[in-house]
Design a binder for this molecule. Structure first.
Ligand code: ZN
Length: 585
């Protein structure tokens, strides 16, 4: 049964979301006050003992160093995906702010068995540069932002030793609901280059480092390191794993008066991919109830040619979706899919569309703005959902894809042969391609306009048109964001998708403070880096006070609300069978 129902208001907001919802509660105390504090809740009762046990500065440091070595050992067995999206900035005098002038994108899989190497998915030109580039960002200004340079920011120090550093207590502070001890670290003379210089936050139950903010010291004359803010999340009992890193330089001098000015987000996810594989194998082995067996035998007969063709297409679709989910590019079915599904259902009901098998929606975990169909499954990227200004704009994106399905545009069924799925995952983008040709694109646009004009969104499409204008305006600078890796980009050569919606929409004006054409990245979808599940961020929108804060399509710093595993969101839990220390792939 399909029902027309509007989404909950949080997706229909016309006001800006801001990603940096700073919810840090600062509680300052001198380090001498290590006696149990009155504001401790019951939940922290166990922690009190731990605090008592490590009630001296020395002990805290010893524990933190020990935990960091444990962390390094854990990371060697884990192979999360690492995505870095970087925007070079230049000053815009009209706007009174720095705006992106170009961008860079990397996606790879982290492999720390020999240092912070990673296998890159996206850039054949950097893939050959080799792991020896580690900690040697040689010629920064030549735009060799190596993915390694950013992947490295998950590590505080390859071999963190107490003897190499001076430690200074700063204060106690809450990051989200996690109470931390804040220390400043400075490498001792003679400790060698590539050491961490900056501030660390140590949670006060197990003494894991949960955040570090600073840079690495110069290793030799031609090596350079950027500034970064690296966050870890409590993804397994007692284990905090890297999830978000923000990096920025505004005045990085690099020879001949050249200055580097950029900001970048690095995200890690897909820590538990091994379990996806095992679970999906398990669910395929089902024991039929006697009734079910009988049902099947009653209609046991060969498929008709049309049924066989449909089953063949379905098989290709399932193969591709399983594969994308196994390698961590597609989120497992979940809450955000349902939100997208509601919009699609609205379109189908109001247009009397009856499509079999039923249309489903899934989310690609990555940042670049793209959408596509795999058989009857509509896929939209996380980044796309983040930047869309309102529900009608989301409807525009989904309806274009629905139109492909309604028009019977097919998936290449060569993917129905299972052997075609056996390729190394870093070659995914070469082997899978869901882009459509110009004719199919034009037909889908035309059909989608027809469907939208017959839907609850028909009077709300001005903002969708405005969003497309913003895409067009920023595309020359944001070539790596406004592009597709697997599917279709919003721009196809000189053509903009659904361009007829732009005629009725207002002029795109970045200087108009109340015009919200597109949102910053990261404001809508929250990722669980362990199991790749997604949820919509429930933060109330923050009013923008200047045009500089609008930041359409831009990256911003991260301020995640840290929680301890199992203490806050009960739905955040990991299946019991996967409990225990993370194991290698
Ligand atoms: Zn299309």
């Amino acid at each position: 049964m399909k029902q027309t129902k509007m989404l909950r208001p949080r997706f229909a907001l016309f006001t800006l979301f801001l990603v940096c919802c700073v919810r840090l509660l600062f509680i300052q105390a001198s380090f001498a006050q290590t006696a149990p504090e009155p504001q401790l809740s019951n939940r922290d009762a166990a922690a009190q003992q731990a605090i008592a046990a490590a009630n001296s500065f020395d002990q805290v440091i010893d524990r933190a160093v020990e935990r960091e070595h444990f962390f390094m050992a854990q990371m060697k067995q884990l192979h999360p995906l690492v995505e870095t999206y970087l925007q070079n900035l230049k000053a815009d005098k009209d706007l009174g702010a720095a705006v992106p002038s170009s961008d860079v994108y990397f996606l790879g899989r982290l492999d720390m068995t020999e240092g912070t190497d990673d296998r890159t998915f996206t850039s054949p030109t950097t893939a050959g540069l080799g792991k020896r580039m580690l900690s040697k960002l040689k010629d920064v200004y030549a735009m060799k932002f190596l993915p390694l340079g950013f992947a490295q920011m998950v590590v505080l120090d390859q071999d963190f030793q107490r003897k190499d550093y001076d430690f200074t207590f700063v204060r106690r502070e809450f990051l989200g609901e996690v109470r931390c001890i804040v220390l400043d670290l400075a490498p001792k003379k003679g400790a060698g280059g590539g050491r961490f210089l900056g501030r660390i936050w140590i949670e006060d139950q197990d003494y894991n480092i949960v955040r570090f903010n600073g840079t690495y010291t110069q290793a030799h004359r031609n090596s350079y390191f950027f500034h970064f803010d690296s966050w870890r999340q409590n993804l397994r009992p007692g284990v905090w794993l890297p999830s978000l890193i923000y990096s920025e330089e505004s005045d990085f001098k690099r020879g001949l008066g050249k200055t580097l000015h950029y900001k970048a987000q690095t995200r890690l996810w897909g820590y538990n991919l091994k379990d996806f594989r095992r679970n999906s194998e398990f669910t395929e082995i089902t024991v039929d109830a006697p009734q079910a067996v009988q049902d099947q035998s009653q209609k046991a007969q060969d498929a008709t040619p049309i049924e066989a063709q449909r089953a063949w297409e379905r098989q290709a679709e399932t193969n591709v979706i399983d594969r994308l989910q196994q390698i961590g590019l597609l989120s497992p079915k979940g809450e955000v899919d349902k939100v997208l599904q509601t919009v699609v259902n609205n379109m189908m009901v109001t247009n009397n569309l009856d499509i079999q098998p039923e249309v489903e929606c899934r989310v690609l975990m990555t940042t670049p703005l793209e959408s596509f169909t795999i058989g009857h499954t509509i896929v939209v990227s996380r980044g796309m959902i983040d930047v869309l200004p309102d529900e009608a704009s989301l409807a525009m994106i989904l309806t274009h894809e629905l139109a492909h399905i309604a028009l019977g545009h097919q998936l290449n069924t060569k993917l129905a042969f299972n052997d075609r799925m056996f390729f190394p995952d870093e070659r995914t983008f070469e082997r899978m391609d869901f882009a459509r040709d110009r004719n199919e694109e034009e037909a889908a646009d035309k059909k989608a306009i027809e469907l939208l004009n017959n839907s609850p969104y028909k009077d709300k499409l001005n903002n969708a048109g405005l969003f497309l204008k913003a895409v067009q305006a920023r595309a020359p600078q944001l070539k790596n964001l406004i592009r597709a890796h697997l599917g279709e980009s919003l721009l196809n050569g000189d053509a903009t998708r659904m361009s007829s919606l732009m005629t009725a929409s207002p002029q795109f004006d970045p200087k108009k403070i109340d015009q919200v054409a597109a949102l910053p990245l990261g404001g809508r979808v929250k990722v669980d880096p362990w199991n790749n599940s997604l949820e919509l961020i429930k933060t109330k929108p923050v009013a923008v006070t200047s045009v500089a804060e609008k930041m359409p399509f831009e990256v911003t710093p991260f301020f995640p609300f840290l929680t301890r595993l199992g203490s806050a969101a009960p739905d955040k839990g990991v299946p019991e069978k996967t409990a225990g220390a993370p194991s290698g792939q």
